[in-house]
Design a protein around this ligand. Structure first.
Ligand code: KG4
Ligand code: ZN
Length: 334
C-alpha cells in the first residue's frame, strides 16, 4: 500500500509546531517552537502575543520541517490542522495557514481536535489496541474516556470543576514558582515530604473528580500561615499536593479498570509528562495486568506530531474539511 504523508500544524496555545507523519504512526519530521520564555515574563500565556508570534514564525517552522524531512509540500497527501479547543487567535493562525496550503497545493484539508491529538500521540509509540481506557490530563481537561475503536470516545467520568493542569499552575503561583507551573511543582515536590494534611477529593465510588477544593485549601493554607508569620515548607506542600492530586487520578482509574475490565490503558495530555503520575499509573496497571502506553515526553506536551497521528484515521475514512473551516475555542471531542 502507498504511504500516506500528512503535514500537520498545531498552534492552539504557545507552541508553533509543524510535523510530517507517515501512515499515522511514524514521525518523519517535527519542529516545535515554544514561546514559553516570552510568556514566562508575564506569568502565563498572553493571547495577543501568542498569536502574533505564531504569525511571525509559522513559515520558518514549515521550512525547517520540510528540510528535516527532505520533502516539499507537493509530496504530502494532506494538510491537517488543530481547529479547536485552544486560544482563538492562536488557532486562527494555524487554520488560515493550513487553508492557504490546501488551496495553493491542492491538498485535502483535515480538521483535528487538539484533545484527539493528545490521545493519538500514543500511536506514535505503538498503535492503540481497543477497547482501552484513556486518562486525559491537561491544562483544560481531566477525563476518563473509554475507547472502543478509532474516534469512538465514551466519556465515563472526569473533573466537575478545574482541570488538574490548571490546579498545578495555580499551586505554582501560590508557591512563587515560574510559568509553566506544572513541571516546576513536580521538581519541587521531589525535594519534599508529604507532611501537610490536605482534603481528599471525591473519596467515593463515582467516576467524578474535583480539583477546585484542593486548590482552594492550598491557597487558604498559604494565606493563613503567612498571616501568622509562619514559613511555608514549599517542598513539603508541593509534595503533599502532588500526592493528593495524583492519588485521585489513580483511585478513579482503578474504579474504571475494575468496572470496564479493560486490558489496555493510555495517558494523554500535557500533565502526562509528569513522571510521578506516570509511575503511579504504571503501578496500577501492573496490579491489574493492564498494558499501559504513555507518549514520550516530546509528544506529551503540545506538538504537531500528535495532530498528524490523529488526522490519519480521518484521512482513511475520507473525513475532510472544506475551505470554510473556522477555528473555535471550545469544541468538545466527547
Ligand atoms: O496539554 P497541554 O500542553 O495544554 C493543554 O492542552 O491544556 O497541558 C498543559 C498543562 C499545563 O497546565 C502544565 O502546567 C501541565 O500541563 N504540565 C504538567 C507537567 N508538564 C506540563 N503538570 C504537571 N507536571 C508536569 N511535568
Ligand atoms: Zn495540549
Amino acid at each position: 500500500m502507498k504511504d500516506v504523508n500528512i503535514l500537520a500544524i498545531e498552534t492552539s496555545c504557545d507552541e508553533t509546531s509543524i510535523a510530517i507523519i507517515r501512515n499515522g504512526v511514524e514521525c518523519v519530521a517535527l519542529t516545535v517552537l515554544t514561546q514559553m520564555d516570552t510568556h514566562a515574563e508575564f506569568g502565563g500565556v498572553v493571547p495577543e502575543i501568542a498569536s502574533r508570534m505564531h504569525t511571525e514564525n509559522i513559515t520558518m517552522v514549515l521550512e525547517e520541517t520540510l528540510n528535516k524531512a527532505q520533502m516539499k509540500v507537493e509530496d504530502v497527501d494532506a494538510i491537517a490542522v488543530t481547529y479547536s479547543p485552544g486560544l482563538l487567535g492562536s488557532l486562527l493562525v494555524g487554520v488560515e495557514f493550513a487553508k492557504t496550503l490546501s488551496l495553493v497545493y491542492k491538498k485535502p484539508l483535515i480538521a483535528v481536535n487538539h484533545m484527539a491529538g493528545h490521545i493519538y500521540a500514543n500511536n506514535l509509540e505503538e498503535p492503540m489496541t481497543f477497547p482501552l481506557l484513556a486518562l486525559v490530563v491537561s491544562g483544560g481537561h481531566t477525563d476518563l474516556i473509554l475507547m472502543k475503536g478509532d474516534y469512538e470516545f465514551e466519556h465515563i467520568g472526569g473533573t466537575l470543576d478545574d482541570a488538574i493542569g490548571e490546579c498545578y499552575d495555580k499551586v505554582a503561583r501560590v508557591l512563587d514558582l515560574k510559568y509553566p507551573g506544572g513541571p516546576n511543582v513536580e521538581k519541587m515536590a521531589l525535594l519534599g515530604e508529604h507532611s501537610y494534611d490536605l482534603p481528599i477529593p471525591m473519596n467515593d465510588e463515582s467516576f467524578n473528580m474535583s480539583f477546585s477544593g484542593l486548590k482552594s485549601s492550598i491557597i487558604n493554607l498559604v494565606h493563613n500561615e503567612k498571616q501568622r508569620g509562619h514559613e511555608i515548607r514549599k517542598e513539603d506542600l508541593a509534595r503533599s499536593f502532588q500526592d493528593t492530586a495524583v492519588d485521585q487520578l489513580v483511585r478513579k482509574s482503578e474504579l474504571a479498570i475494575k468496572k470496564y475490565n479493560v486490558k489496555n490503558m493510555i495517558i494523554a495530555g500535557g500533565v502526562s509528562a509528569n513522571k510521578f503520575l506516570r509511575g503511579e499509573i504504571q503501578k496500577l496497571a501492573d496490579k491489574y495486568d493492564v498494558k499501559l502506553s504513555v507518549p514520550r515526553m516530546l509528544y506529551c506536551t503540545d506538538n504537531a506530531a500528535m495532530i498528524g497521528a490523529a488526522a490519519y484515521p480521518l484521512y482513511k475514512s475520507g473525513k475532510f474539511a472544506t475551505l470554510t473551516l473556522n477555528a473555535t475555542s471550545g469544541d468538545e471531542l466527547y
